[in-house]
Write a protein that binds this ligand. Structure first.
Ligand code: AMP
Ligand code: MG
Length: 346
């Protein structure tokens, strides 16, 4: 439905009555339901095929809504809230009694986000309740950054989609656990680590952000342990300086001439014999375009995708975090041979 007054009012009523509504935010499209309605929340997990131990983020239209969801807000948490909300930012706090178990997957903490996107906030306000929402994609697929991505994955599984155009950030919110003394960055996103440290200098960074999890390790952010953002194609990240990356990818293309290869580039540069998509020349643009490009490679039938990557700005960490997962940690660092294990089949 349209993101006009009538459409938003109708969508709010559907969510208030226990329905599932996909809505735009500045990060990615969300799949929302009344956070206080346990049955509606369970329907989100079913529609996405999401494991039930992966908690949802609760969305509010105004930071005053934090009071009824959280049980205690520390001084550091307060600083982060006033600096980054509304915005592409999620804060983890101890949860209040009011929230049921399904939305937080049985944890004693809750992730709370107040989006900046006007349509998102008007929709939450129209629903009159906090909105539990993960990204509006099938579990494991790249997150949706356009209404058409939501339709691709969710058609027939949900009650409404509010079409609000393209998402401006393109990767999911930055998640910070502020339920403890020292805040910890659990997922990089639209708010950079540098910005967080400017507000709370002692903020730490979870080591799993770029690593692959050990089977026995318990992730702080449960979503981290699942396969994520993956297109049908097998993605390999080639990371390093521009010239070395281009040379390596040209080599890989030659070696895989019998396969349908795609290249995700950070320049206008073109390669021979490949499907080329440009993610943008900055990491900021890369974040905005990454998920759409991954879906586009599938549409174009790519079997192998080589993704150029170079850290260029504060969004680098967020892009790298998504890209490494999309690639199931197949990363070739140009010039660092010891990093390139298990690449022999390429
Ligand atoms: P998404 O499905 O993209 O909306 O991602 C939601 C992310 O927020 C998942 O990775 C969850 O694990 C994480 N999350 C939500 N609530 C909590 C919480 N209470 N503690 C830690 N992580 C959380
Ligand atoms: Mg998601």
């Amino acid at each position: 439905m349209r993101a006009d007054e009538e459409g938003i009012k109708e969508a709010g009523a559907i969510a208030a009555a226990g329905g599932l509504v996909a809505f735009p935010t500045e990060t990615v499209y969300g799949l929302g339901a009344n956070a206080y309605d346990g049955e509606a929340v369970k329907r989100i997990y079913a529609a996405k095929g999401r494991p039930s131990d992966n908690p949802l983020i609760v969305h509010i239209s105004d930071t005053s809504g934090i009071e009824e969801l959280a049980d205690g807000v520390s001084e550091n948490a307060r600083k982060l809230i006033s600096a980054f909300m509304p915005g592409p930012f999620t804060i983890i706090l101890k949860k209040s009694e009011r929230l049921g178990g399904a939305v937080t997957a049985g944890m004693d903490t809750v992730g709370i986000r107040c989006p900046e996107n006007e349509t998102a906030r008007r929709f939450i306000k129209a629903a009159g309740v906090p909105i539990a929402a993960p990204s509006a994609n099938l579990s494991g697929r790249p997150s949706p950054t356009k209404a058409s991505h939501v339709t691709e994955d969710m058609n027939g599984r949900i009650d409404a989609i509010i079409n609000g155009g393209d998402c401006s950030v393109g990767v999911e919110s930055t998640i910070v656990d502020a339920s403890r003394e020292i805040p910890v960055l659990l997922r990089p996103g639209g708010i950079t680590y540098g910005q967080l440290k400017d507000v709370v200098p002692e903020t730490e960074i979870d080591p799993n952000i770029l690593g692959s999890l050990d089977e026995n390790e318990r992730p702080l952010c449960p979503g981290m342990k699942y396969k994520h953002y993956a297109p049908e194609a097998e993605v390999t990240v080639v990371e390093g300086g521009t010239d070395a990356v281009r040379k390596k990818i040209a080599e890989l293309l030659e070696r895989n001439a019998d396969r349908v290869c795609g290249v995700l580039t950070m320049s206008e540069n073109t390669y021979d014999s490949a499907v080329i998509l440009c993610a943008g020349t900055t990491n900021r643009e890369y974040a905005k375009n990454l998920f759409g490009c991954l879906r586009e490679f599938d549409r174009l039938g790519a079997e192998l995708v080589f993704a150029e990557f170079e850290e260029r700005d504060g969004y680098g960490l967020a892009v790298k975090n998504r890209l490494y997962r999309a690639a199931a940690h197949r990363v070739i660092r140009v010039g660092a041979a010891e990093e390139n294990k298990e690449m022999d089949h390429l």
